[in-house]
Design a protein around this ligand. Structure first.
Ligand code: NAD
Ligand code: GLY
Length: 375
């Protein structure tokens, strides 16, 4: 895996804004990052027709909908405001977007705009992929998690009660507009949830960044502007690099799922309530690192570093108290990385390097589960 050491110097000013590209041939697109980008990035340039439909939710609309609408004068802008929460990320809610589009007579030239976190982004992207067999869409992510991960790379989906993100499509946005000002209203718990995905990039691909995160944890938790802008930029660079190499997850992209097989089992077990996505991923990454230790891939010190950083960011390093080893096993076999009935997991080779592997003994997985599950 290539590293992005050249980005280690960081950003001079978060207010200046910075752009990078996801390189996917004729589906390439820019990511604009910085304070005030919702106004500064000229979103209207990415709208081709005369109509756009903003999808957001009941919590985000009062905060940011007007700011976004103000950027789109000259275009007919309709809105669909969804209920807030992971438990609404399903086919029923998706249908509300289609109803809004059809009722306001949006044709194939319309553009969808996702204003919100990963839930709104994933659903809007999937709606765009399906509506009239595909219309353009723009991501305007407003959570840290969405800014560093879900808005980039074109994975779109809704959940099924039997499994997380089971119904979806790869469908790339036309642009990603990351306005770091929106993070000022994000609740602390949601902010920390986003840090889990930031830590993920350090663990899977970027050891220099991992060390930077260890050294700058407090600045990030204080939402220091410069530290935040750097962490978002570096995360997006890592994500863009992996997605550009493997858009549809035929190989290397699967490393972006470190801890997710465990994490999705937690989320499904909780029926998408109680634990946030990043919290489930955080516990899952520690479990994956533990398995990597048992597989002889990483040292006990590496496992401890992963656990320490996750805990220092206020994230759970253990699964929920009410989950048993069998609950995990039962849910993990439904993971999308299961191929020909064989469970594959992302394992660490070191801090900063990961591979997808079926090359682990089931007794090691059993050991991780029995040692970490409290019941
Ligand atoms: P979320 O979308 O539920 O947002 C979290 C909460 O923060 C919500 O209550 C939301 O209304 C609120 N919120 C959003 N922005 C805010 C702001 N600026 N100020 C105040 N409140 C705000 O959760 P999330 O963590 O952003 O995303 C999680 C989802 O992303 C999961 O469904 C997960 O599966 C998905 N995901 C997708 C990918 C991908 O590649 N597509 C990657 C990672 C995660
Ligand atoms: N978040 C995993 C991916 O984008 O592939």
């Amino acid at each position: 895996m290539n590293r992005v050491d050249s980005a280690a110097s960081g950003l001079n000013s978060p207010a200046s804004g910075i752009s990078l590209d996801v390189n996917l041939g004729d589906r390439s697109y820019p990511i604009h990052i910085g304070a005030g980008q919702m106004s500064a990035a000229n979103i209207a340039q990415y709208i081709q027709g005369q109509k756009a439909l903003i999808v957001t939710n009941t919590s985000i609309a009062p905060l940011y909908l007007q700011i976004l609408q103000d950027q789109l004068s000259g275009v007919q802008v309709d809105t669909v405001i969804l209920q807030d929460g992971e438990r609404y990320k399903n086919l029923e809610t998706l249908n509300e977007i289609f109803t809004g589009l059809i009722e306001s007579q949006h044709d194939r030239k319309t553009t969808l705009i996702a204003l919100g976190g990963g839930v709104v982004g994933d659903m809007t992207g999937f709606a765009a992929a399906c509506y009239q067999r595909g219309v353009p869409f723009i991501q305007v992510p407003t959570t840290l998690l969405a800014q560093v991960d879900s808005s980039v790379g074109g994975k779109t989906a809704v959940n099924h009660s039997l499994g997380k993100n089971m119904i979806g499509a790869f469908y790339q946005p036309r642009a990603v507009i990351i306005d770091t000002d929106t993070l000022s209203t994000l609740p602390d718990r949601e902010f920390r949830s986003g840090l889990a995905e930031v830590i993920k990039y350090g663990l899977i691909a970027d050891p220099v960044f991992f060390t930077w995160l260890e050294d700058n944890t407090q600045g990030l938790l204080n939402r220091d502007n410069e530290a935040l802008a750097y962490a978002i930029h570096r995360s997006c660079m890592n994500k863009a690099m992996v997605v550009s190499a493997d858009e549809t997850e035929q190989g290397i992209r699967a490393i972006l799922n470190l801890g997710h097989t465990f994490g999705h089992a937690i989320e499904t077990f909780q029926q998408y309530r109680d634990w946030l996505h990043g919290e489930a991923v955080a516990a899952g990454m520690v479990m994956a690192a533990h398995l990597s230790l048992l597989a002889g891939k990483i040292s006990a010190e590496d496992l401890q570093r992963a656990r320490n950083l996750i805990a220092a960011c206020g994230l759970p390093a253990q699964p929920p108290e009410n989950m048993k080893a069998d609950d995990f096993l039962h849910l993990m076999v439904r993971d999308k990385k299961v191929l020909d009935g064989q469970l594959r997991l992302v394992l660490l080779d070191s801090i900063g390097s990961a591979t997808v592997s079926a090359d682990f003994e089931s007794k090691w997985l059993q050991q991780v589960l029995t040692e970490t599950c409290l019941v």
